[in-house]
Design a protein around this ligand. Structure first.
Ligand code: SF4
Length: 325
């Protein structure tokens, strides 16, 4: 019997805390905000792992830790079994070539004075040993793979539409032949009419080239379309994790069910039970004890205020943290 495949990326008990200042008239010292609190998951080769949740749930901080731009307070991000915090200079270069990112707003990462060719080739210049001609050739191939023309290499960012600029950002990400691409809300800033085109492009690239994606998103339809595995985060913690179809067919955690209730049904005959959370103005503070959803959860019981619900496998490859299980 062959051994199970090793994950390409492992997020292992990741914790990221930020110091939060108390208000002028509050007593006591500064308190830590647990932006990410004990998050663990694996990403396998060729797989899309999506992280969903409301804004402020810690999904973007998780993405930044995976990219090595946010230092964990504790825990680790392991790339091919090696902690990225301990990589030497050569290892860091290989990591930066192997793990790329596409962000929500392509304008934010584009230098308006840099031609498209130079923008796409920049990571190659930093992380891959190639001649100038080879870099230009790679940039051309990448641009053509995202549906733009070789002539566009000479253009400047302002000459392109929002959707084209996001295609250029994707070309930059794929030019160094990465194994993993972190997609942080890659279509949220685009017109609805363009979103499907970009998602189809990302899916086609993954299927043709075997990339893995960590997909940070809040739009559930897109997540279902893209993902093999989905993790649901709330206030820094994973609440539920399962294969995509399993999660969408049989959501278990009250928070996941509430997220799905808030989204439009896929089909008018969808008669899924509705779960409504209490207003988030009554959200629990970053609690040290008990379930952090308890102030909003319609099923909260006394134990929910006492004990943090354990992470349990409730079906094959389906995990949740709730005392109802
Ligand atoms: Fe609700 Fe309790 Fe489950 Fe938390 S542990 S989600 S409060 S039922």
């Amino acid at each position: 019997m062959s051994a199970p495949a090793a994950p390409l990326l492992r997020v292992d008990d990741l914790n990221v805390r930020f110091a939060a200042r108390r208000g002028l008239f509050q007593r006591g010292g500064n308190a830590d905000v647990k932006a990410v609190d004990g998050v663990s998951f694996d990403v396998m080769a060729g797989e899309t792992f999506s992280v969903v949740g409301e804004s402020g749930c810690g999904k973007t901080t998780t993405a930044r830790a995976i990219l090595g731009v946010q230092k964990p307070t504790s825990g680790a991000v392991l790339w091919r079994g090696r902690d990225i915090a301990g990589l030497d200079a050569a290892g860091r270069r290989a990591f930066r070539a192997g793990v790329q990112a596409v962000f929500q707003d392509p304008n934010a990462s584009m230098n308006p004075r840099l031609r498209v060719a130079d923008f796409i080739a920049e990571p190659l210049l930093l992380n891959v040993d190639l001649s100038a001609a080879e870099r230009r050739d790679r940039a051309r191939v990448a641009l053509e793979q995202v549906g733009l023309r070789a002539d566009d290499l000479r253009g400047f960012p302002h000459e392109f539409s929002g959707g084209q600029r996001q295609r250029i950002a994707i070309a930059r990400a794929i030019a160094s032949s990465p194994e993993l691409i972190v997609l942080d809300e890659p279509v949220s800033s685009l017109d609805v009419s363009i979103r499907a085109q970009i998602m189809n492009l990302l899916k086609a690239l993954r299927d043709e080239r075997g990339y893995s994606y960590v997909f940070i998103a809040h739009h559930l339809g897109t997540v279902r379309y893209m993902s093999q595995m989905v993790g649901v985060m709330y206030l820094g913690r994973l609440m539920e994790l399962a294969e995509s179809e399993e999660l969408f067919e049989r959501p278990s955690h009250p928070y996941t069910r509430a997220l799905f209730s808030a989204a439009l049904p896929d089909h008018p005959d969808d008669t899924r039970e509705e779960v409504l959370l209490k207003d988030d103005s009554v959200a629990a503070p970053r609690v040290e004890q008990g379930c952090r959803l308890r102030a909003r959860c319609p099923f909260a019981m006394p134990v929910c205020g006492e004990i943090e619900p354990p992470w349990k496998e409730i079906a094959p490859r389906h995990f949740a943290a709730c005392h109802l299980n």
